[in-house]
Design a protein around this ligand. Structure first.
Ligand SMILES: CC(C)(COP(=O)(O)OP(=O)(O)OC[C@H]1O[C@@H](n2cnc3c(N)ncnc32)[C@H](O)[C@@H]1OP(=O)(O)O)[C@@H](O)C(=O)NCCC(=O)NCCS
Length: 234
């Protein structure tokens, strides 16, 4: 099986060079951070979206029909807690996160990942209501000695069953293939997490392997879903 390890350096080089050089069609102004004038133009291109969505300093990565995926801001912390401390959302993780676990997720998996790789889990914002719906994005997962570029998604419970997760995950898959030039993307999903597997299937992933994850001293069977970049592997 091909793993990210194989072209890890090339990927890191591309990411270090910055996504602004090779922006995906949906990437509107990831290189605009300081200039107010350029920001105003970018807002207009978003159809006049409020700065709450394109909040100052927030780097917008992707746009879909209904959603904006942008980098997290400290002001999103309360929304993040709402997701990670909901026992139903965190079913696959065996427990709702403690305050310390949320802090660690935010600092390491979100902000730390942006710093290290240039991408990560992004905040999913509704374009019309400006509501924070969930998180979705790409992270590098180390598992049994292999590295996987994973599409991950966790949404607030009240925003399930509206197609947001599939819409956001599809945009992330496109970003992985078109911007990061990854050959494959994965989702590693608990065997019993049917909703999450449905998202993977709906974005064109196929189950290719099964592994055991050791989590909180428990062995939990997981399925590996993957999608190939047809252009890169043609
Ligand atoms: C995984 C998770 C994000 C999936 O959420 P979801 O609501 O099932 O997925 P979507 O947002 O894509 O919604 C799809 C559903 O919306 C329906 N839907 C309604 N309106 C829709 C629209 N306009 N477009 C597309 N689908 C729509 C679909 O028919 C589908 O229905 P179904 O759930 O009855 O099959 C959610 O269950 C979650 O956050 N789980 C907890 C976190 C987690 O386990 N993450 C994965 C870790 S590996």
């Amino acid at each position: 099986m091909y793993h990210l390890q194989n072209d890890r350096r090339a990927l890191a080089r591309r990411v270090r060079r910055g996504s602004s050089k090779r922006q995906p069609p949906g990437c509107l102004f990831s290189n605009v951070t300081r200039s107010g004038a350029r920001k105003r133009i970018a807002y207009r291109r978003l159809g006049g979206l409020q700065p709450a969505v394109c909040a100052a300093g927030a780097k917008t990565i992707l746009e879909t029909e209904r959603l904006i995926l942008r980098e997290f801001l400290d002001s999103d912390y309360k929304d993040l807690c709402e997701i990670l401390q909901d026992k139903d959302v965190m079913y696959a993780y065996e427990h709702p996160f403690t305050d310390d676990e949320v802090k660690s997720w935010y600092e390491k998996l979100i902000i730390g990942h942006y710093k290290k790789h240039g991408f990560g889990l992004w905040a999913v914002i509704h374009k019309e209501t400006y509501e924070f719906l969930g998180q979705c994005g790409l992270t590098i997962q180390n598992l049994n000695g292999n590295e996987y570029l994973e599409i991950g998604y966790l949404f607030k419970k009240r925003h399930w069953h509206k197609g947001y997760a599939v819409e956001a995950a599809l945009a992330c898959k496109k970003y992985a293939f078109e911007t990061l030039n990854a050959e494959k993307v994965y989702s590693i999903i608990r065997e019993s997490n049917i909703a999450s597997q449905n998202v993977a299937k709906r974005i064109g992933m196929k189950k290719t392997d099964e592994i055991i994850k050791h989590y909180n001293d428990i062995d939990i069977p997981h399925f590996i879903y993957e999608a190939k970049n047809c252009i890169a592997t043609a």
